[in-house]
Design a protein around this ligand. Structure first.
Ligand SMILES: Cc1cc2nc3c(=O)[nH]c(=O)nc-3n(C[C@H](O)[C@H](O)[C@H](O)COP(=O)(O)OP(=O)(O)OC[C@H]3O[C@@H](n4cnc5c(N)ncnc54)[C@H](O)[C@@H]3O)c2cc1C
Length: 421
């Protein structure tokens, strides 16, 4: 776990690599424009270009062999529209920075991922999610997008546009998103309780019990090790014998043995939404820091069978696992969303940071999950071809042809999953 400092504070990212360090960017040149006009000229003049966010993906989704552009140099604008119930933000802004500013003005986002360190555009482009039976992933909060398209033009699309559902989870393949409009709600407080030893057959009841729920397992015991129950502050606390669990007596980290100081406040202490919904605190290393991640979304109605199928390879999973997290996400209409058209269970694996050891286990997991039409997280480690699991695959291909006819934003990864005609 070399990347974690003793204080838990976030270390500097490794130059030229993604956050995890497993991808060395292949880009010829890197750019950080300071105005949208500069960005437009850059896109218009490049034959191969791609945006990168904060680099928290575990694969080459945010890489190119051409020009790699970060929006971190653009002004971090946040424009609230209380009448419409939206906020329009600079696409490169991190959720954590946005959340602090929104909360100060009395507003909130409905949900957040486990970490606040990621950029809005990068998270949305990859279909990033939090948890909650009634919450869609983060992309479902998007009401409009502004993007620089292949010819350098500025295009704005909103929910009234027929193409919109295909453009939100865009894998960075349709242009460089410059501004994102998100739905907001009035700010709210949350209490987070950690419970220990949940029987697997009580999972659905646990997920349904609160605003946002995560369950963690090491695949070594029949019970789930921890349940993180993030509930509205005015909801009563879980009773002492809640679903056969016991209360954690102190703060916990999801990964056994890692100090909990990196984690958001637990033990039922109320606090604002953005300091409870993520598991990890801004300014500290999220998760363990030395790791790979994979994640598969399956439909809720086959979730129990999918988990049972993984029991057959539990020993192999456990041998290279730091922790496995289970979360729920509501169905949405977005074409490339892992939650397209189906309420989902997301089965997430935080692996050890050893690619050679992890790759065969990822293959074994995919083999066991294959009967359940798994959709891998676009930004994590996977081997399977995701195309078949997306009914709007052909429509996205048509969108690629329309908005990027020369393949300026394409990459080897895109060509593999969305072959050129
Ligand atoms: C510790 C840790 C915890 C995580 N927890 C979660 C979690 O709780 N839930 C979850 O779903 N995922 C999680 N992830 C995965 C991560 O959130 C996603 O991979 C997300 O995409 C990362 O955002 P980013 O800004 O780093 O994007 P990047 O990795 O930089 O890029 C991702 C994609 O977005 C595109 N992109 C970036 N900026 C733009 C732009 N301006 N215009 C167009 N395209 C753009 C890139 O081209 C690329 O295709 C976690 C990752 C880590 C490291």
């Amino acid at each position: 776990m070399a990347a974690r400092t003793t204080s838990g504070a976030a270390p500097r990212p490794r130059a030229g690599r993604n956050w995890a360090g497993n991808v060395r960017y292949a880009a010829r040149r890197r750019h950080t424009p300071s105005t949208v006009d500069e960005l437009r000229r850059l896109v218009a003049g490049s034959d191969r270009i791609r945006a990168v966010g904060t680099g928290h993906s575990f694969n080459r989704l945010g890489d190119t062999t051409g020009d790699l552009v970060s929006l971190a140099g653009l002004p971090p604008t946040v424009e609230l529209d209380p009448e419409r119930g939206t906020v329009t933000v600079a696409a490169g802004l991190r959720y954590g920075d946005l959340a602090t500013r929104l909360h100060a003005q009395g507003y909130a986002l409905a949900n957040l991922a486990s970490l606040p360190h990621i950029s809005v555009a990068g998270a949305v482009a990859a279909g990033t999610h939090g948890s909650g039976d009634t919450h869609g992933n983060l992309a479902t909060a998007v009401a409009a997008l502004e993007l620089v398209t292949a010819d350098g033009d500025l295009l704005t699309v909103d929910r009234a546009d027929d193409r919109f559902a295909g453009m939100v989870v865009n894998l960075g393949a349709l242009g460089v998103v410059t501004r994102v409009t998100l739905d907001v709600v009035p700010t709210f407080d949350v209490r987070q309780y950690v419970r220990l030893g949940l029987p697997r057959d009580a999972l659905d009841a646990a997920f349904a019990s609160a605003y946002s729920v995560s369950a963690f397992t090491d695949w070594r015991s029949a019970r789930l090790d921890q349940v993180w129950r993030k509930q509205r502050a005015d909801q009563p606390p879980p009773p002492a014998d809640w679903l056969g669990t016991t209360a954690a007596p102190a703060q916990r980290h999801p990964v056994p043995g890692v100090p909990a100081e990196n984690c958001t406040q637990q033990l039922g202490v109320p606090g604002p939404w953005h300091e409870r919904l993520p598991h990890f605190r801004l300014g500290f290393t999220p998760s363990s820091g030395d790791e790979l991640q994979s994640e598969y979304h399956v439909a809720r109605d086959v979730a129990a069978e999918a988990l049972a199928a993984l029991d057959a390879v539990a020993d192999r999973i456990a041998a290279v696992l730091q922790i496995c997290e289970l979360r729920t996400i509501a169905a949405d209409p977005l074409w490339l969303s892992p939650n397209h058209g189906r309420d989902s269970l997301a089965i997430h694996f935080t692996w050890v940071g050893d690619e050679a050891a992890v790759t065969p286990v990822v293959a074994a997991v995919e083999e066991r999950l294959a009967p359940f039409a798994p959709r891998p997280h676009w930004g994590k480690v996977f081997g399977l071809d995701p195309a078949a699991a997306y009914p709007r695959h052909a429509d996205f291909l048509a969108l690629l042809r329309e908005l990027d006819p020369a393949g300026k934003f394409r990459t080897e990864l895109l060509d593999r999953y969305f072959p050129r005609p």
